[in-house]
Design a protein around this ligand. Structure first.
Ligand code: GLU
Length: 302
């Protein structure tokens, strides 16, 4: 388990063995690639190293971006690698009522305003102005945005250490087309699922100050955040669907896990022959893994 220090600026609840609740929350925009499998394994091992719970949440909030068949493919991939959720799987597409009520709490607390400015318009004006914030226009063509009171947010990251990042501008909570933004949904879900530890790739680190700002506005203690280095291609690019990262081959599940566990620096797993065994073994070795010493993971070669 990645342990928070007592002086953490935004500290998580002190986790006990049984109290740890982690999660893996893929967006079903395509099948899992090796970078996302690494994310699943890292979050799983961190939870299992302390007998914690590990939950799968499908982040299908953005219907138009959800790819046909991706949810089934992701779940099959996880299962074939022995990565099974300890609780029923949660789907964001079924949780609109919860997002509506969290948004209402933020509205009541005075943290929101209605704004018609599109991303394109903001490129011209630079960022939201006092006028945007004060007008609070009603109507169909407005998004609901978060009024960011603090632009710099600090936290103690379980891997990256002390981090301070700026929130560049006010951000969207509900889009003009009525879709709740990822930032709102993820906070609502992590609160509802009582997540104590968020362990995810460093490609998501810019979202953390935004999510911490929402926790602060709600006066709710945030989970403990850890961001591990992402997997890059041999050309040094982050593995992603946009970069045509290949889908994980489930037929090679044991070989995939063996390679990932080796990349993580877990040594001596010679006596294991199944996915369940290798995961169990790696969880026992987890305290010795030094993720903060790794700048990036190289793509798995097959
Ligand atoms: N759904 C996000 C993704 O697939 C991850 C969200 C998170 O871990 O907070 O990139």
């Amino acid at each position: 388990m990645l342990v928070p220090r007592a002086d953490s600026v935004c500290s998580a609840s002190s986790s006990t063995k049984s109290g740890y609740r982690g999660r893996f929350a893929p967006s079903p925009t395509g099948p899992l690639h090796y970078g996302s499998l690494l994310a699943a394994v890292v979050s799983y091992l961190d939870a299992k190293s302390v007998n914690g719970q590990w939950l799968i949440r499908i982040e299908d909030i953005d219907g138009p971006r959800t790819q046909n068949g991706a949810i089934t493919s992701i779940l099959e991939c996880l299962e074939s690698h022995g990565l099974v959720s300890d609780q029923p799987i949660v789907y964001q597409s079924q949780r609109h009522d919860q997002y509506t009520s969290l948004l209402q709490r933020l509205e009541t607390a005075g943290f929101t305003y209605r704004c018609p400015c599109s991303r394109k318009q903001l490129l011209v004006s630079g960022q939201h102005t006092a006028q945007c914030r004060n007008e609070d226009l009603d109507g169909l063509e407005t998004a609901i945005k978060f009024r960011s009171p603090n632009r710099k947010i600090s936290w103690l990251d379980g891997i990256a250490g002390d981090v301070t990042l700026a929130i560049e501008d006010d951000f969207v909570l509900k889009r003009k087309d009525g879709i709740y933004a990822y930032q709102l949904a993820v906070v609502a879900d992590d609160i509802a699922q009582k997540i104590t530890h968020v362990v995810r790739g460093s490609d998501l680190i810019d979202s953390t100050p935004i999510q911490l700002a929402i926790y602060n506005a709600l006066d709710i203690r945030p989970p403990f955040f850890s961001h591990f280095p992402v997997m890059t291609s041999l050309q040094g690019q982050k593995l992603s669907k946009q970069n045509h990262a290949p889908a994980v081959d489930n037929e090679c599940a044991f070989a995939n896990l063996t390679k990932i566990i080796a990349l993580l620096g877990v040594k001596g797993s010679a006596n294991v022959s199944s996915c369940d065994e290798i995961l169990r073994y790696a969880a026992t070795q987890w305290p010795s893994v030094q993720l903060n010493a790794i700048s990036h993971f190289d793509e798995l070669k097959h």
